[in-house]
Design a protein around this ligand. Structure first.
Ligand code: NAD
Ligand code: 0WE
Length: 265
């Protein structure tokens, strides 16, 4: 029997078969979890419905995380249809495209700052508040996805770095708030992966190859690498872990200096 057997999970952030959230969903399905998916619009609904069906999930729910009404509706539906929740995956990030290019100060408008923090960090607070009553007395686990730009400056990541720093603080404050109710809250800081959110980011391919040269494991990570670590953090195997950010990046963040690997086979 899988280590997530009997667990029901809400997964927010599947857009395509390359989505990190889809990598997580596949591992969770493999380990026996029952999954509920959401999409923010009808265009993504068409892409996600076949994926959801392939892992035996029920109807895909509508959720734009900037809408309080849609957040309320999702939790009302889950309360009515299922009555409980064991796991929540938050894999959502957005900043206006023009904020993810050029110099940080020049590119960061008040509006881009607001949107990035609303979609990418506040949404975790709102989802955790909605999920908590459904997780009461059930060893719930909440997981979000972060990136190294939360704690290091990275060219062009710009205001998303500030939003990820806020997201990581969100993990710690939610962990303290919900821990006494038996709910754990953690983050995975993933290395770069070619997904829809990475498409059209200038220089992303170069970034992937640089990471693969420098990271101790000398490769990029995959959605399945992230999915396996995610399934652990969402399961009772990690019952003693909360408020933590786990790096799944081939060790890239731990390296202080690295030389070109001429002598490697
Ligand atoms: P993705 O494009 O597949 O997923 C991003 C998701 O955010 C999409 O499903 C999209 O629908 C959703 N989203 C955006 N705005 C929304 C809104 N208003 N309401 C509801 N959903 C909304 O890309 P991904 O790379 O799988 O991203 C998932 C998470 O992983 C993000 O938090 C991202 O920051 C993080 N991450 C990605 C990488 C990478 O290199 N791809 C690395 C580290 C962390
Ligand atoms: O968190 C992310 C990207 C999130 C993202 C992506 C987009 C593209 C489309 C947020 N908002 C938007 N807005 C859009 O209009 N990542 C961790 C992937 C990523 O994005 C980068 C990176 C990495 C890594 C942008 C610049 C530099 C590095």
């Amino acid at each position: 029997m899988g280590f997530l057997a009997g667990k029901r999970a809400l997964i927010v952030g599947v857009a395509t078969e390359r989505s990190i959230a889809w990598g997580i969903a596949q591992v969770m399905h493999r380990e026996g979890a029952q999954l509920i998916f959401t999409v923010p619009n009808d265009k993504l609904r068409e892409r996600v419905e076949p994926l959801a069906a392939s892992v035996g999930a029920g109807p895909v729910l509508s959720l734009d995380v900037t809408s309080d009404a849609e957040l309320d509706a999702v939790f009302a539906t889950i309360t009515r249809e299922h009555g409980s929740l064991d796991a929540l995956v938050h894999a959502v990030a957005f900043a206006p495209r023009e904020a993810l290019a050029g110099g940080f100060a020049e590119s960061t408008s008040r509006e881009a700052f607001r949107i990035a923090h609303d979609v990418s960090s506040y949404s975790l607070t709102a989802l955790a508040r909605g999920a908590a009553p459904l997780m009461a007395g059930r060893a719930g686990s909440i997981l979000t996805l972060s990136y190294l730009g939360a704690v290091r400056s990275i060219p062009s990541y710009n205001v998303m770095g500030l939003a990820k720093a806020s997201l990581e603080a969100n993990v710690r404050f939610l962990a303290a708030d919900l821990g006494p109710k038996g709910i754990r809250v953690n983050g995975i800081s993933a290395g770069p992966i070619k997904t829809l959110a990475a498409a059209g980011i200038a220089g992303f391919r170069k970034m992937l190859s640089r990471v693969a040269e420098v990271a101790p494991l000398r490769r990029n990570v995959t959605p399945e690498d992230v999915g396996n670590a995610a399934a652990f953090l969402l399961s009772d195997l990690s019952a003693g872990i909360t408020g933590e950010i786990l790096y799944v990046d081939g060790g890239f963040n731990t390296v202080g200096m690295s030389f070109p690997a001429e002598a490697e086979s």
